[in-house]
Ligand binder design. Structure first.
Ligand code: FE2
Ligand code: FE2
Length: 289
């Protein structure tokens, strides 16, 4: 592994509560520290119903991970009490109050050797920005406001040039295995995500692992779930994301329930776009640097 290589264990959708698979949680507790990753990310849906006990169980799990490895989490649609302020009519604070009791930041930023990670909120529950004409989408779909992508863009612009840029959101930004897009108005979101300068976006929500790219520009790691709510009875998967000077590698780790452990599965690699080229005006014309 070269000096500049960053590795991130990317988990999602733990769903502590009735559906969490404790065999997997126990296996993760043992296995993740052995991977010696630079960071551990959980891209939302820590809980099933945003209950205290669910948040506390997730907190204990993350606390153990954090003893050895820096961690970052963002809220999923299951982690917010949107019914306390439907459509945001009673303000935004109520929805996130319980989550914030256990995880002090909605929009965490984490700098680790070789990378800066920035969390963005895509989970707003029943909110004007997340509404569609499909009744099944209510409180499920997410959206990425312009203010969120702009904020992350500024963080990345201000970070030292040598650091890899990692953005974390809950809702899947690519349609992936289920064919369902997690975000409403995803075309606009894609343009703005590309403009953030991220090298890789980590997301979940789909309960179906994926590795892809937005318009050949930014890699996307979609992690699965460690609950019993997998799509189509597929085995659970988490992703090991490795970023080196040239590439982003997304290695899936698949759960083998009979043996109670995770094994390496498919690996997909994408070229890094790198920092935006700066054009300067010089005598004789413009030259890219
Ligand atoms: Fe989920
Ligand atoms: Fe979700």
């Amino acid at each position: 592994m070269s000096v500049g290589t960053v590795t991130i264990a990317h988990l999602s959708d733990l769903h502590f509560g009735g559906f969490a698979d404790l065999n997997q949680i126990e296996a993760l507790e043992e296995f993740l520290p052995t991977l010696n990753t630079t960071a551990i990310v959980v891209s939302g849906d820590l809980s099933q119903r945003a209950r205290h006990g669910e948040f506390q169980a997730a907190h204990v799990f993350l606390y153990r991970m954090k003893m050895k490895t820096p961690t970052l989490v963002v809220p999923g649609n299951h982690d917010i009490e949107w019914w306390k302020s439907p459509l945001g009519l009673l303000g935004e604070k109520q929805k996130y109050a319980k989550y914030l009791r256990y995880y002090p930041e909605l929009r965490p930023v984490l700098e680790v050797p070789g990378a800066i990670l920035a969390g963005a909120v895509s989970s707003y529950g029943v909110a004007f920005g997340s509404l569609t004409w499909n009744i099944r989408d209510v409180a499920v779909k997410g959206h990425l406001p312009r203010s969120e992508t702009r904020r992350v863009q500024k963080i990345f612009e201000g970070a030292p040039p040598g650091l890899a840029r990692v953005m974390v959101v809950h809702h899947n930004v690519l349609a992936g295995g289920t064919g369902r897009m997690g975000l409403v108005r995803w075309r606009s979101a894609h343009k703005r995500l590309l403009a953030t300068g991220a090298d890789v976006i980590l997301c979940g929500h789909d309960h179906y692992e994926g590795a892809g790219q937005i318009e050949g520009g930014v890699a996307v790691s979609t992690s699965g779930t460690h609950s019993y709510r997998q799509r189509g009875g597929r085995p659970s998967v988490f992703n090991l994301v490795t970023i080196d000077e040239q590439s982003v590698h997304i290695q899936h780790y698949r759960w083998v329930s009979e043996q109670r452990h995770f094994i390496p599965s498919d690996k997909v690699s994408f070229g890094r776009k790198g920092a935006p080229k700066v054009a300067v005006s010089v005598a004789g014309g413009d030259q890219g640097l």
